[in-house]
Design a protein around this ligand. Structure first.
Ligand SMILES: [Zn+2]
Length: 355
């Protein structure tokens, strides 16, 4: 059985013959695996917390779609079922035991393909039914590999709805139609955030500092999302006309955070998703505006099983209509290892086809 491995935390990437896969209750064959920034960082040796499950090598890959080859006994799965495996596997803290390992209290978890557990970039693997989420609608087979990045967005929606339920901050007609959400970043995650939040009724403005290519522009258009190119119009100008009620950052740079805190409106809501290894800003630049404006600020990472289920539901309901397939800009073979170190023209989401 072939698999794609790295040597964390130093990095590198190899396709090699793997030893026997560890035993699990359900035997799976990998169909597709998506590549994201995290995979590229691990391969480049830039993700310090990447660590192997066994000896030294880590099988990478945490965005996957697989098919059940052998369901085992009383697992609730059948041969041929389509499933998305979960990334994070909980430890012993209360939140993990409640199935909310996305809110783990002590960091005692592993993440497939990232830290402490082999991932899904291999021809087959075995897993516990507890960590497998079924895809019932075979018509979304080509899109279901987006479930993992989309589950992060479902978690953000949970936070958004929770915060909005605390205060009556909706519009006079009880909708969100008068509100503006600025989404920073137009990669896969930024575009999925824009698409999913637009469905709540909020007006979405996707922000980036350079012109976008045709694929992204047509995705934004079909989703009814506005686009702000800050190399042409400043964020101040735009936020002056269209109040920044909400902001979600999928970039993770201090520059973007500074721009958000400067322009967010009173009672604004910020959700931070993107991270990068940049140094901290001073509290005057960063913390004071957030306090003064009563901003509800949430960090957000990962999601629970229900968010995977919601992501699959979202793809079933909207995937076709709102062109989620446009986000998959390249299908590759497992041998094409150079894709981990390169960025193609117009690249959004690269996917490895294991079939
Ligand atoms: Zn925990």
């Amino acid at each position: 059985m072939k698999g794609i491995v790295t040597l964390p935390p130093k990095g590198g990437v190899w396709l090699k013959e793997l030893a026997e896969t560890p035993k699990g209750e359900v035997k799976l064959r990998t169909l597709k695996t998506g590549i994201c920034g995290t995979d590229k960082e691990i391969v480049a040796g830039k993700l310090a917390f990447a660590r192997p499950e066994f000896a030294q090598e880590l099988v990478i890959g945490h965005e996957a779609l697989a098919t059940v080859e052998d369901p085992g006994e009383n697992t609730g799965f059948r041969e041929g079922d389509l499933v998305v495996p979960m990334v994070r596997r909980g430890g012993q803290c209360k939140m993990c035991r409640l199935g909310r390992q996305d809110y783990c209290e002590d960091g005692d978890f592993v993440e497939a393909g990232i830290r402490g557990k082999d991932g899904f970039m291999r021809e087959e693997f075995q897993d516990s039914p507890k960590y497998l989420v079924k895809v019932d609608d075979r018509d979304i087979m080509d899109l279901a590999v987006l479930t993992e990045p989309l589950k992060n967005v479902m978690k953000m929606l949970e936070i958004f709805n929770f915060q909005n339920s605390k205060l009556p901050l909706y519009c006079d007609d009880s909708t969100l139609n008068c509100k503006n959400l600025y989404v920073f970043g137009t990669g896969t995650e930024g575009l999925l955030i824009s698409s999913a939040f637009r469905r709540t009724g909020v007006n979405v403005i996707a922000v980036n500092r350079h012109p976008l290519d045709e694929t992204v522009l047509s995705f934004l258009e079909v989703n009814g999302i506005e686009y702000l190119d800050t190399s042409k119009e400043s964020l101040e100008q735009k936020a002056g006309k269209n109040r920044m009620d909400y902001a979600i950052d999928a970039v993770g740079s201090m520059d973007v955070l500074r721009e958000i805190t400067k322009n967010i409106g009173n009672n604004g809501q910020i959700i931070l998703f993107g991270t990068s290894g940049q140094k901290e800003a001073t509290s005057e630049e960063f913390i004071t505006p957030l306090v003064d404006k009563n901003v509800m600020l949430s960090g957000s990472t990962d999601g629970a099983k229900k968010h995977y289920e919601q992501a699959i539901q979202f793809i079933e309901n909207y995937g076709r209509k709102y062109g989620l397939g446009k986000l998959i800009t390249g299908l590759y073979r497992p041998e094409d290892l150079k894709i981990f170190n390169t960025k193609e023209e117009g690249e959004i989401k690269k996917v490895i086809d294991w079939t």
